[in-house]
Ligand binder design. Structure first.
Ligand SMILES: Cc1cc2nc3c(=O)[nH]c(=O)nc-3n(C[C@H](O)[C@H](O)[C@H](O)COP(=O)(O)OP(=O)(O)OC[C@H]3O[C@@H](n4cnc5c(N)ncnc54)[C@H](O)[C@@H]3O)c2cc1C
Length: 344
């Protein structure tokens, strides 16, 4: 039997959950969210107090801040006290710098970025169906059918929050306009090629040695690493971005290169970790699909083509890459979620 809902949202990331939350606030409750992964959050992933997806936001991200306020989620500033390291050349001496403590560089979400997802999911409750990978859509005069690997669903309106490039892998009957498909295909998925590393410790030994934990250097095995201690200061870790050139190395080799690099600047205690974990987003089919392309080349987001409904006014594209402002960021995901709910 085909299950019918007024609205179906594809993807339980920040954008999809924001749309559902906004619809609920408008008194709409006949909503179903289909999520391909076995978890919610999409690119938001906090494990063992470490944000392997987004970790920071800026004061200009006002819609996100309003949402955090509405959901009673706290914030704290990125730790940056003490000596930071700038690496120009791995063979030469390091350069040290200190940041202005009166100007916070970025904010973090108390409890980790996943806190916002947890709070939204509590409001949306049992409207989310996990492990439900959508494969395509079929529209007729009255409804739009959502095809998944197992079941078929139908709705009056569908919102697709997949990164647009990934959404080109789905089947649309009738077919989408060629120009739209081309726009989707050429919209890079933000951070889809990032590799993050998170290393946790019993003590913040770098702080005790008057280091901030920040090491920046495009040429090292880790391009950026930061103190990633939690808001309550009960879990201590370093988190950062691994140089993509290490993707082809074995896991063991990569880990050794990363630890040895960090040891050069923070000392041998770097090796006394409690846990070490990496997350390579390029290998995640629910973010990157099967086609890896660098996303660090000035991507363009919020294309006009994403502002219209398609398939007889029944299907709308949303998600951070469609946002007219702050595309790629959490703020863009929230903006796209609000716009989609208003359009519905
Ligand atoms: C490593 C990394 C670091 C980042 N750092 C920051 C940061 O510090 N600050 C910041 O503001 N932003 C950052 N971002 C970006 C931020 O994570 C995104 O802007 C935001 O999470 C996007 O939310 P979304 O809902 O638009 O998309 P997504 O989170 O990608 O949600 C799309 C959802 O669709 C689901 N899906 C995919 N295919 C299917 C299918 N076929 N069927 C059903 N469901 C499907 C996915 O599983 C996912 O849940 C970072 C991202 C990454 C990966």
């Amino acid at each position: 039997m085909v299950k019918h809902s007024k609205y179906i949202i594809i993807g339980a990331g920040l954008s999809g959950l924001t749309t559902a939350y906004q619809l609920l606030k408008k008194g709409e409750s006949d909503i179903l969210i289909l999520e391909g992964r076995d978890r919610i959050g999409g690119r938001i992933l906090t494990q063992n107090h470490i944000d392997f997806g987004p970790a920071w936001y800026q004061p200009t991200h006002q819609n996100l801040q309003q949402l955090l306020k509405d959901l009673d989620v706290g914030k704290f500033t990125q730790y940056s006290k003490g000596k930071s390291v700038l690496v120009y050349n791995t063979m030469a001496n390091a350069h040290f710098f200190e940041t202005d403590q009166t100007q916070p560089s970025a904010y973090r979400i108390a409890g980790g970025s996943y806190t916002i997802i947890k709070k939204l999911a509590n409001l949306v409750q049992d409207r989310i169906r996990l492990n439900t990978r959508v494969t395509g859509f079929k529209a007729n005069e009255k409804y739009i059918s959502v095809l998944t690997e197992r079941d078929t669903f139908s709705a009056e309106k569908v919102v697709v929050t997949l990164p647009p490039k990934l959404a080109t892998e789905l089947k649309y009957t009738p077919q989408l306009p060629e120009t739209l498909l081309w726009t989707m295909e050429s919209t890079q998925t933000w951070m889809s090629n990032a590799i993050k590393v998170g290393i946790s410790y019993k003590r913040p030994f770098w702080r005790e040695n008057k280091f901030s934990g920040t090491i920046i250097g495009q040429i090292g095995p880790v391009m950026e690493i930061y103190d990633h201690t939690n808001a309550n200061e009960t879990a201590f870790s370093l988190m950062g971005f691994v140089n993509e050139s290490l993707r082809s190395y074995s896991a063991e080799d990569r880990k050794e290169r990363i630890l040895s690099y960090l040891e050069t600047y923070l000392g041998k205690t770097v090796r006394d970790y409690i846990s070490y974990k990496e997350k390579d987003w390029s290998q995640d089919v629910f973010t990157n699909g099967t086609d890896l392309k660098s996303t660090y080349l000035s991507p363009k987001y919020g294309n006009e083509a994403f502002s219209s409904f398609y398939m007889g006014d029944k299907l709308l594209f949303s998600g951070t890459e469609t946002s007219p402002q702050f595309g790629g960021y959490l703020e863009g995901a929230v903006i796209s979620g609000i716009i989609a709910a208003n359009k519905l």
